[in-house]
Design a protein around this ligand. Structure first.
Ligand code: NAD
Length: 294
């Protein structure tokens, strides 16, 4: 194989964010208010802090107001539910994001269920997951799957009729991504920790997407010549951020591949901005152009 195409999520994100900023600037000139995203962080997990900081910075740069609620680790489920109820009712709040994971004493499912589906820009409320399942365009698709889909479409990666193999069946990435890839008419396999022979599956993949958080799980001998490889994993090894894919070896076989960092990560944040703008436009009854149908 020659050099693979690098699926550059950082560069595409810059373009997407410039477009979003332009659109918000022109809406402001027309007299609309700024879109606003409420971000709730519970506790002091260092990785969550970094993710929240990135998301808030990205919001501010495009003209989305970010309202930040940093709550102590020992907050109760009831207190958190009260805050969400208040944010649900506020006219000036378009999106509500609760950074996961939450401390174990908080009922995560109840929190997700309480966020109004109209403001659920993370797309985890069952109503939005149901819309994804039903291939309905007016919900919110979870940010990482949406970001991956936009990245693949931007680079012209065909999905229709292709073998898409997803490694990892987590709630945030693997499971919703499998539905989105099905929506794109791919033939989808989802592998996980109980999959008996992982390599047997990954070798079939025209598009291989790994979202496990196991550093360098995907080796070159698990990848078909010419496959497109998307690495969602983020792990810290010896102080360095690495993905699920053994990039240096796998790039010799892939026709296209995402780097870590600079691939899926920035696309996830861009998808969050897109979902927040979508919510704002829906709430302000501004004409929507579909994010789902090319
Ligand atoms: P999760 O823990 O919910 O799910 C992990 C999945 O991987 C599970 O289905 C598990 O069965 C599977 N798995 C674990 N070890 C495996 C193995 N050896 N073989 C096959 N399957 C295996 O995790 P998640 O929230 O889906 O996140 C997965 C990774 O993606 C993490 O590294 C996370 O940091 C990263 N992530 C990145 C972004 C981004 O924007 N780049 C966004 C979300 C999550």
């Amino acid at each position: 194989m020659g050099k693979p195409l690098i699926l550059d999520g950082k560069k595409l994100s810059q373009e997407i964010r410039a477009d979003i900023k332009r659109e918000i600037d022109s809406l402001r000139e027309m007299g609309y208010r700024s879109p606003a995203l409420a971000v709730i962080l519970v506790g002091d997990d260092p990785a969550s802090h970094v993710y929240v900081k990135n998301k808030r910075n990205a919001c501010e740069k495009v003209g989305i107001k970010s309202l930040f609620y940093h709550l102590p680790k020992n907050i109760t489920t009831e207190e958190l539910l009260e805050l969400i109820a208040e944010l649900n009712s506020r006219q000036d709040v378009d999106g509500i994001l609760v950074q996961l994971p939450l401390p174990s004493h908080i009922n995560q499912q109840e929190i997700i269920m309480t966020i109004s589906p109209e403001k659920d820009v993370d797309g985890f409320h069952p109503e939005n997951l149901g819309k994804l399942m039903a291939f309905l365009d007016d919900g919110f698709v979870p940010c990482t799957p949406l970001g991956i889909d936009i990245l693949l479409r931007h680079y012209g990666v065909e999905l229709k009729g292709k073998e898409v193999v997803i490694v990892g069946a987590g709630f945030i990435v693997g499971r919703p991504l499998s539905l989105l890839m099905l929506w794109r008419n791919a033939t989808v396999s989802v592998c996980h920790i109980h999959t008996r022979d992982l390599r047997e599956h990954t070798l079939k993949a025209d598009v291989l997407i790994s979202a496990t958080g196991v550093p360098h799980l995907i080796k070159a001998d698990m990848v078909k010549e010419g496959a497109v490889v998307v690495d969602v994993g983020i792990s810290k090894v010896d102080g360095r951020i690495v993905g699920d894919v053994d990039f240096d070896k796998v790039k010799e076989k892939a026709s296209a591949i995402t780097p870590v960092p600079g691939g899926v990560g920035p696309m996830t944040v861009s998808a969050l901005l897109m979902n927040t703008l979508k919510s704002f436009k829906k709430r302000e009854r501004i004409h929507l152009t579909s994010t789902m149908n090319p």
